[in-house]
Design a protein around this ligand. Structure first.
Ligand SMILES: Nc1ncnc2c1ncn2[C@@H]1O[C@H](COP(=O)(O)OP(=O)(O)O)[C@@H](O)[C@H]1O
Ligand SMILES: [Mg+2]
Length: 367
């Protein structure tokens, strides 16, 4: 068997990197792919790092389609911003953006020296993350989303997610439905509101855009010195979608007082300071390109994405946890309860969230 050193060197050579291999560091951030900083001394004597990833093909069943999406999107951004720091993927001699060997699927990008944050560090970082995801949205506002594969079909089709929940409850294969009656009842009581974005999308009232679909703060690289956002990474789930999918999921994740699976769900709720900071950054970039209805449904989208995830956690619990990795038997139920508590708080604070969006949009449009 090859050592990891030998493997990484082989992969780098296939991506046409010349010079001496100096070694690698494993990057711990992120929990889907295996990520390495690989170091070389180039033939001209300069030291240079590259980012090499072993893509998780259990999660991404169609890695070639994923790479086609990523290549199109990154090249679009790069051609618009030739003088800025952007992400680009290396090609092999036969113009592929990946190297397959057995069950491994490798790719390589430029390495960007940066700081990354797993949790919300301070409001400036939150604002800059909002700005980074807004800028990403904007850079792709003229990209035809039909050119992308829908690598995970119906990812944010909330109607389908509800149907799947009801089917799971009807089948009740693990005998858990009795235990979750209250959660089911709550989710069904907000079904119409939760499905409202999907309904607007189906009626063609909201434009399909390019969405990132994993808008966590640890997918933004920041400048170490001044905390400026440099680039958005982790483009595996780039697909056609609604702007609210990215905005709403970012809020759901970052603005909650507690972690998404906190057993202390009485404490779950929207931290309005975080909401305002993210929104300010996001709208700074997007206010002028969003349609009025997109703006008006941003706050709502936070609730929609939270309720939608609750239906997914609950369906998984009812089915005996086939999808989400669990650390203890009731993990998916705890996750469900935490998302429901957050969703309830979002409905209570909807007026304030809407005002914050309007305020941020006004500031930008008039600036
Ligand atoms: N081009 C890059 N330059 C420097 N660090 C990067 C780069 N791309 C990703 N990283 C770091 O690697 C981590 C994991 O990468 P990511 O693509 O997000 O994988 P995962 O899907 O496992 O989250 C990121 O959170 C970031 O810290
Ligand atoms: Mg990531």
């Amino acid at each position: 068997m090859m050592t990891l050193n030998e493997k990484l060197l082989q992969v780098c050579r296939l991506f046409r990197i010349e010079g001496d291999f100096l070694g690698y560091d494993t990057i711990q951030m992120g929990n889907v792919n295996q990520t390495y900083e690989v170091k070389f001394r180039l033939p001209d004597g300069r030291k240079k790092s590259f980012l090499v990833q072993n893509v998780n093909t259990y999660v991404f069943k169609n890695p070639v389609q994923v790479m086609e999406n990523i290549d199109k999107v990154t090249e679009h951004i790069r051609s618009k911003l030739p003088d800025q720091l952007t992400l680009h993927f290396h090609h092999t001699a036969d113009r592929k953006t990946y190297v397959e060997d057995g069950s491994n699927f490798w790719r390589m990008t430029n390495f960007i020296p940066c700081a990354t944050y797993n949790a919300v560090a301070d409001l400036k970082i939150v604002r800059n993350a909002g700005q980074a995801f807004g800028a990403f949205q904007n850079q792709l506002s003229d990209f035809d989303s039909d050119l992308l594969y829908e690598t995970i079909p119906d990812f944010h089709n909330t109607k389908r997610r509800y149907e799947a929940l009801l089917e799971a409850a009807k089948a009740d294969p693990a005998g858990r439905v009795r235990e979750v009656e209250r959660e089911l009842e709550y989710l069904l009581s907000v079904r119409e509101t939760a499905c409202s974005l999907t309904a607007l999308q189906e009626r063609g009232e909201l434009p399909l855009r390019v969405t990132h679909n994993d808008t966590k703060i640890n997918n933004v690289l920041f400048d170490k010195r001044d905390g400026r956002a440099l680039v958005v990474v982790d483009l595996d789930t780039v697909m056609p979608g609604l702007v609210g999918h990215d905005f709403g999921d970012a809020i759901r994740f970052a603005a909650n007082y507690v972690e998404e699976d906190s057993p202390d769900f009485q404490k779950a709720g929207v931290d309005m300071e975080v909401f305002e900071a993210f929104t300010e950054g996001f709208l700074k970039e997007t206010a002028s390109t969003l349609t009025p209805l997109e703006r008006e449904t941003l706050a709502l989208s936070a609730f929609v994405l939270t309720a939608e995830l609750a239906t997914r956690f609950l369906a998984d619990y009812i089915l005996g946890d086939p999808y989400f990795k669990i650390n203890y038997p009731q993990h998916n139920l705890v996750r469900t309860r935490c998302q429901i508590a957050l969703a309830k708080d979002m409905l209570r604070k909807m007026g304030a969230m809407e005002q914050a969006v309007q305020h941020a949009a006004r500031v930008r449009v008039s600036a």
